[in-house]
Design a protein around this ligand. Structure first.
Ligand code: NAD
Ligand code: TDX
Length: 339
C-alpha cells in the first residue's frame, strides 16, 4: 500500500507513521505537512532514514500541490491528521481552523474522488459530540450521539466530518471516520494539558488549572489510537464512523496531581486560573462498535501510559526545550499571564 499521511510532523500523525513503518515494513508512507508551529521535522528524523518514507512540505489547502502529489504517487489511501488542533487557539483566532480543518479536508476529498479507488480516513474527535454532564456518569458518546459542538475547533472538525459523509453518499468516495478521545504520549506539543504540566512541574513553575479542575477527559495512550486507525483502514466499513476511547476518565486535577506525584513535586505549584470560555465538562467514549467489529481494545492503562510519557519527556529534553524556548514563549505569555 502507498499511504498519504497528512499532518505527520505533529503529535498523533508522527506516532502513526512510526507505528505503520514498523507494523507494515513493506508499505510506502508519504507525509505532507505544512510545518506550522505544531509541526516539527525533528520528530520525523528517524523516519527519514527509512527508504519507504517520504516527507513533502505542503499545505493541504493548496489544491495544486495536493493534486500534484497524488498524480506523482498514486496513493491507495489517505489518512488525514492535518489540522489546527488546540481549542484555546481556536477561541483566540478561529479563521485558520476553518481554512485548514474544513477547506483542507475538502481538497483531500476532491483528490480522493478525482484520482479514484482511494480509501480516505478522517481523523476526527470526540469533541464533535459536545459534552456530557458530570452528574450522569451512566452516559457515553456513541456513534449515534448527535453532533453538538462548543468551540470553533470542534465546529470545524464536525463540519469536516459532515463533508466526508457527503462525499461518501454523493460521490461514493470510500470514507471512514474515527472519533477519538484525548490522546497522550511522546511528541505531544507542550501547549496541551499533559506535556504542559510535565514541563512546568520540571521547572517548578505554576501549574495553571482551568476553573476548578473538575472537567473530565477520557485519556488514551497514542499508540492505542494508531492501532485503531490501522484496523479501520484495513477492515472498517466505508461510510461508517468509529468511536475510539478506553474508558479512562479522569478529572483534570487528578491528572495534574498524578504528574506532580510522579515527578516528586509539591501540590502548592497548582494555580486555579480563569476558566476556558465554553469549557466542555465531560467527554466519555463508548467504543463498543470498534471492539465488536474490528477487535480493537486499548492495551495501555493510564497508570502505565502516564509513567511512560513522563519518562519520555525526561529523556527527550532536546525535543521540547527547543520548542519552549522559541516562539511558544510568546503564546504562553499571551495565554497565561494575568489569567
Ligand atoms: P498537532 O497540532 O500536534 O499536529 C497537527 C499537524 O498538522 C502539525 O504537524 C501541523 O504542522 C500540521 N498542519 C496544520 N495545518 C496544516 C495544513 N494546512 N497543511 C498541512 N499540514 C498542516 O495535532 P494532533 O494532536 O497530532 O492531532 C492530529 C489530528 O487528530 C487532528 O486532526 C485532531 O483534530 C485529531 N485528534 C486529536 C486528539 C488529541 O488528543 N490530540 C484527539 C482526537 C482527535
Ligand atoms: O493549561 C491548561 N489547563 C487546563 O486546565 C490546559 C492547556 C488545559 N487545561 C484543561 C482544559 C481541558 O479540560 O485540560 C483539559 C485538556 O485540555 P487540552 O490538552 O487543551 O485538550 P482538550 O481541550 O480536551 O482537546 C484535546 O482533545 C481532543 C485536543 O487538543 C484536541 O485536538 C482533541 O480533539
Amino acid at each position: 500500500m502507498n499511504i498519504l499521511v497528512t499532518g505527520g510532523a505533529g503529535f498523533i500523525g508522527s506516532n502513526f507513521i512510526y507505528y505503520m513503518l514498523q507494523k507494515h515494513p513493506q508499505y510506502r508512507i508519504v507525509c505532507i505537512d505544512k510545518l506550522t508551529y505544531a509541526g516539527n521535522l525533528e520528530t520525523l528524523r528517524k523516519a527519514m532514514e527509512n527508504e519507504n518514507f517520504r516527507f513533502f512540505k505542503g499545505d493541504i489547502t493548496d489544491r495544486k500541490a495536493v493534486y500534484g502529489l497524488f498524480e506523482e504517487e498514486g496513493f491507495d489511501a489517505v489518512v488525514n491528521f492535518a489540522a489546527e488542533s488546540h481549542v484555546d487557539r481556536s477561541i483566540e483566532e478561529p479563521e485558520v481552523f476553518l481554512r485548514t480543518n474544513i477547506l483542507g479536508t475538502q481538497v483531500l476529498l476532491d483528490a480522493a474522488k478525482k484520482y479514484g479507488n482511494i480509501r480516505y480516513h478522517q481523523v476526527s474527535t470526540d469533541e464533535v459530540y459536545g459534552d456530557l454532564p458530570l452528574d450522569r456518569p451512566d452516559l457515553f458518546f456513541t456513534e449515534e450521539t448527535p453532533i453538538h459542538t462548543s468551540s470553533p475547533y470542534s465546529a470545524s472538525k464536525a463540519s469536516a466530518d459532515l463533508l466526508c459523509m457527503a462525499y461518501y453518499r454523493t460521490y461514493g468516495v470510500p470514507v471512514t471516520i474515527s472519533r477519538c478521545s484525548n490522546n497522550y504520549g511522546p511528541y505531544h506539543f507542550p501547549e496541551k494539558l499533559i506535556p504542559l504540566m510535565i514541563i512546568n512541574a520540571l521547572h517548578k513553575k505554576e501549574l495553571p488549572v482551568y476553573g476548578e479542575g473538575l472537567n473530565v477527559r477520557d485519556w488514551l495512550y497514542v499508540e492505542d489510537h494508531c492501532k485503531a486507525i490501522d484496523l479501520i483502514l484495513h477492515g472498517g466499513r466505508p461510510g461508517e464512523v468509529y468511536n475510539v476511547g478506553g474508558h479512562n476518565e479522569k478529572t483534570n486535577i487528578e491528572v495534574v496531581k498524578k504528574i506532580i506525584s510522579i515527578l516528586g513535586r509539591d501540590e502548592s505549584l497548582i494555580k486555579y486560573v480563569t476558566d476556558r470560555p465554553g469549557h466542555d465538562m465531560r467527554y466519555a467514549i463508548d467504543p463498543t462498535k470498534i471492539t465488536n467489529e474490528l477487535g480493537w481494545y486499548p492495551e495501555t492503562t493510564f497508570e502505565e501510559g502516564i509513567k511512560k510519557t513522563v519518562d519520555w519527556y525526561l529523556s527527550n529534553k532536546h525535543w521540547w526545550e527547543s520548542i519552549v524556548n522559541g516562539e511558544y514563549m510568546n503564546y504562553y505569555e499571551r495565554m497565561y499571564s494575568g489569567r
